[in-house]
Design a protein around this ligand. Structure first.
Ligand SMILES: Cc1cc2nc3c(=O)[nH]c(=O)nc-3n(C[C@H](O)[C@H](O)[C@H](O)COP(=O)(O)OP(=O)(O)OC[C@H]3O[C@@H](n4cnc5c(N)ncnc54)[C@H](O)[C@@H]3O)c2cc1C
Length: 462
């Protein structure tokens, strides 16, 4: 296993990573991106086991509902890079279990890749979303054939790929890019049916980072996003050679969607579990800020918080149902229930804005205008800021200010804006979650119930 320092050193591997017009040669030392390295390194140290044959608990393959359940708090604790790595490993395991009749080599290569990743304790990011060009056209009909990542050359010992995967969370901070098709492919789209693992420092890989991290030296003003931020990356494959042993699909169009569906499932489980955690935080903030404002006993405020509680409880129930109703694949790897995962993730994402609206409504305008922690320390205005942020003898002004800063950081600033878009788009977008939910719902059973209640069922005696 790697220590945090070894992880930091491992990033000095010649990777070509860019931020705001500059190539970054020292990620760990960068004033903004270095915070992501530090958080990820802390996650390594937290789970480090010095035993020579130890492997990270974050990289295990669950085989039961209990295993799935136990991983959730560990992944929240370990942070985003551990989450995307776990999701990548489970994606490969779930996909392998669904790839009957494909070349056995592929399954062996996936297993070997997972085993190597576990031994080396690397971090893997999920590269699925292509640039996609004109959304109404398939890959082979695009003006630019590189709009979807494709094979441009097949050589004796491997393939050469070209294209770009966009919005990849943490791409510059991991070691491996799990690169898989973003959608189902048809005959004639063999070159775009490519699944493989590419090291971040492979020749021809370039990553352009963006981040919602606040450009602010004082993390007290940004208690959530000030340290915990994971830049997304445009990952560009500019004619990158991938040896055969790292190719998991090449040309078998019928299996292209298996990867996307498997990743979607795991990504949405992770998304749902994050929503569940955060829903409780939002309820807690609403209650605390109502108490601090003196409005906790007012009827409409209580109603809004009750609605938030119902939302938090219902999405927790879908997470639990997704885990409890898991299935186990042919190799013994457990995967969550598709129906509950997708319905829960959709509901959590689609109703997030409504829940945050209640929080903003309850909290008031100070969410945006509360003076900064530095203002509270200023000799001329600090005490006045404290006085006017206070709402009574029991509510210290600075305490109330910290609640407001947390609400702003979570929901109304750079990170909050990022979340509004991410909630709708991540995990394949709401559209994809709707489709998968519908596919796994028993519509025939529902129709039968409708026919029965209408007295129209075949064997109905009415
Ligand atoms: C913060 C963030 C992190 C992300 N992290 C990752 C990651 O780690 N890895 C990764 O691979 N991806 C990641 N994504 C990408 C995410 O999965 C996509 O944004 C999402 O799938 C939508 O794709 P798009 O952005 O290209 O939008 P589009 O595909 O352009 O979608 C925009 C709208 O158009 C609709 N649409 C587009 N094409 C069609 C069509 N043919 N038929 C019907 N409707 C259509 C969509 O349903 C949607 O409503 C991330 C996204 C965000 C915002």
């Amino acid at each position: 296993m790697l220590t945090g320092d070894q992880y930091k050193d491992s990033l000095q591997d010649g990777r070509q990573t860019f931020f705001e017009g500059e190539k970054i040669d020292d990620l760990a030392g960068h004033p903004l991106l270095g915070q992501t390295v530090a958080t990820t390194a802390a996650g390594y140290d937290r789970f480090y086991d010095p035993a020579p044959d130890a492997t990270s608990p974050l990289m295990t393959v669950p085989s039961s509902a209990d295993d799935l359940r136990e991983m959730i708090p560990l992944l929240h604790e370990a942070g985003m890079m551990a989450h995307v790595t776990y999701t990548s490993i489970q994606t490969l395991k779930t996909a392998a279990g669904r790839m009957n009749d494909v070349k056995p080599d592929y399954i062996e290569r996936m297993d070997a890749f997972i085993a190597e990743a576990q031994v080396n304790d690397v971090r893997i990011t999920q590269c699925i979303t292509d640039a996609k060009g004109d959304r109404s056209l398939p890959p082979a009909k695009q003006d630019d054939l590189d709009s979807y990542v494709r094979v441009v050359d097949r050589q004796r010992d491997g393939v050469v790929i070209r294209g770009a995967k966009l919005h990849i969370t943490g791409a510059s901070f991991g070691h491996e890019l799990l690169t898989i098709p973003t959608k189902a492919m048809k005959a004639g789209e063999e070159d775009w049916s490519i699944g493989c693992a590419v090291p971040v420092n492979a020749e021809g890989v370039r990553i352009i980072n963006t981040t919602y991290a606040p450009r602010h030296a004082d993390t007290r003003s940004f208690p959530v996003s000030g340290t915990h931020h994971y830049p997304e990356g445009f990952v560009i494959f500019d004619d990158v050679f991938v040896p055969h042993e790292r190719v998991f699909l090449d040309g078998e169009t019928a299996f292209a969607a298996v990867f996307a569906h498997s990743l979607g499932l795991w990504e949405r489980l992770g998304g749902l579990s994050a929503f569940v955690e955060e829903a409780d935080q939002l309820v807690g903030l609403a209650q605390l800020v109502a108490e601090a404002n003196g409005t906790a006993g007012i009827a409409h405020v209580k109603e809004k918080i009750s609605e938030m509680i119902i939302h938090a409880t219902l999405i927790r129930a879908t997470l639990e149902a997704a885990i409890e109703n898991c299935s186990v694949g042919p190799e013994g790897a457990a995967f969550p229930n598709e129906l509950f995962t997708n319905a829960g993730k959709f509901h959590a994402a689609a109703n997030y804005n409504h829940i945050v609206r209640h929080l903003h409504d309850i909290a008031g305008g100070a969410v945006l205008t509360t003076p900064s922690p530095a203002d509270f320390e200023n000799e001329q205005v600090g005490e006045l800021a404290r006085k006017y942020m206070s709402t009574g003898p029991d509510i210290d002004g600075e305490y109330r200010a910290r609640l407001m800063h947390t609400i702003r950081d979570l929901t109304a600033d750079s990170y909050g804006g990022w979340k509004f878009v991410t909630n709708i788009q991540a995990g394949g977008g709401l559209y994809a979650q709707r489709i998968v939910t519908r596919r796994h719902y028993d519509l025939d059973a529902a129709k039968l119930k409708a026919l029965q209640i209408a007295g129209l069922a075949e064997n109905d005696d009415h």
